[in-house]
Design a protein. Structure first.
Length: 385
């Protein structure tokens, strides 16, 4: 009998981002969004898209005119694939992960027509129009929807289940969600989002339609594609605490951060920037500051932190992907987004906030953090390519 030769086991593949496209209140493209974030120039203004005269708040970060979600998603997916250099034949084999609040037509559909307007049907239609494969998946899990979609895509690519996946997300400020947040007194009464600042009064909604191409580094090299960033790690954890309030001690988000760092093989000392969830609400910001202290330990007081929601607003299901793209672009630019709207320090949020327009990353990796109602927490770890 001959001895069997052991088969070498191959570890997970490295994952990169090779294309990105954005619509925000600042316009089409990453450049105007990044410029506003680096300058700390908020895009908030009174809403003109629908009537807000009976509301307590009237501000949001909206793109001019009346953009249509399906059309903007088509544009973003196509532009991200173009930047990644993907041919029509290559696109035909790519799955789509789509994070949306739902099909905008659902509210006006008759009961018998509602099944035709589900989020999964909407995702299939976006994939079909983009020339992607029929393997689409819809994510509707509130503010962590698009970060969960990224994590699932990265895991599938890392373990060889796909060479590349398009992740897209979209939310355009509309009357129904505006009314819900206004009735819950969650919207900033002074028309500004002030993350981690004294005097902060709440969040403001914002437009966001985003697409990225998540790809195996080996597949990108094989076709000589230039990565925008390395998607080095991802982590998810739940609070099991309250339907809409985060755990005050931040342990759920801290676990997500720790898992992302562990998966990426990166210690806290290599984190050069944190794009925080930073919604601008008193309870959420305090809990997030506690989570950063738990996860980063002695490095927490020195790592630069800001929330780009202070510029582009809360894009709900699309927010995490929008912020990931801003984080990647900031690392590439070598400058960090300003934590806009800051009025003064809050002793419950002892963080190294980015308040200077010329702040540089202190190391080569960055975290993009997101939390959501229901106690969901996600952390995405990116590095320079």
């Amino acid at each position: 009998m001959t001895d069997s030769v052991p088969t070498a086991r191959r570890g997970p593949r490295s994952v990169v981002v090779t294309g990105a496209a954005v619509l925000s209140a600042l316009g089409h493209g990453v450049r105007p969004l990044l410029s506003a974030a680096l300058d700390g120039a908020p895009a908030f203004a009174p809403v003109l898209r629908f009537d807000v005269s009976g509301r307590q708040a009237d501000g949001a970060a909206t793109h001019p005119g009346t953009p249509v979600l399906a059309e903007e998603l088509d544009r973003a997916v196509g532009a991200a694939c173009d930047e990644a250099g993907l041919s029509a034949a290559q696109r035909a084999g790519i799955p789509l992960h789509l994070a949306v609040h739902g099909d905008p037509e659902l509210a006006r559909a008759t009961p018998e027509r509602r099944p035709a307007h589900g989020a999964d049907v909407f995702a299939d239609a976006v994939a079909l129009r983009a020339g992607l494969s029929g393997a689409s998946r819809a994510y509707t899990s509130a503010c962590v929807a698009s970060s969960t979609a990224v994590a699932d895509a990265a895991a599938a690519v890392a373990h060889g289940q796909a060479d590349r996946i398009v992740v897209a997300a979209g939310y355009l400020v509309e009357a129904d969600q505006f009314a819900v947040f206004d009735a819950g007194r969650a919207l900033a009464r002074d028309g500004r989002v002030r993350p981690f600042s004294t005097g902060r009064t709440g969040l403001l909604l914002g437009d966001g339609v985003v697409a990225v191409v998540v790809e195996a580094a080996s597949a990108a090299r094989a076709r000589r594609a230039r990565p925008l960033a390395v998607l080095a790690g991802w982590g998810r954890a739940g609070d099991a605490y309250h339907v809409c309030r985060p755990r005050p001690d931040g342990t759920g988000l801290a676990r997500a951060i720790t898992d992302a760092l562990h998966r990426g093989g990166v210690g806290p000392e290599r984190i050069g920037y944190v794009n925080a969830h930073g919604s601008g609400t008193p309870v959420s910001d305090t809990a997030e500051a506690a989570a950063l202290r738990l996860a980063l330990g002695d490095h927490a007081p020195t790592v630069p932190v800001s929330s780009t929601k202070s510029v582009h607003g809360q894009a709900l299901e699309a927010g995490a992907l929008l912020e990931l793209v801003v984080t990647i672009a900031a690392l590439s630019a070598g400058r960090l987004p300003v934590n806009a709207g800051f009025l003064g320090p809050d002793e419950t949020c002892p963080l190294n906030l980015v308040l200077d327009r010329d702040t540089r990353p202190v190391a080569d990796h960055a975290l993009s953090l997101t939390t959501a109602f229901g106690g969901a927490n996600t952390a995405l770890l990116v590095g320079a390519p």
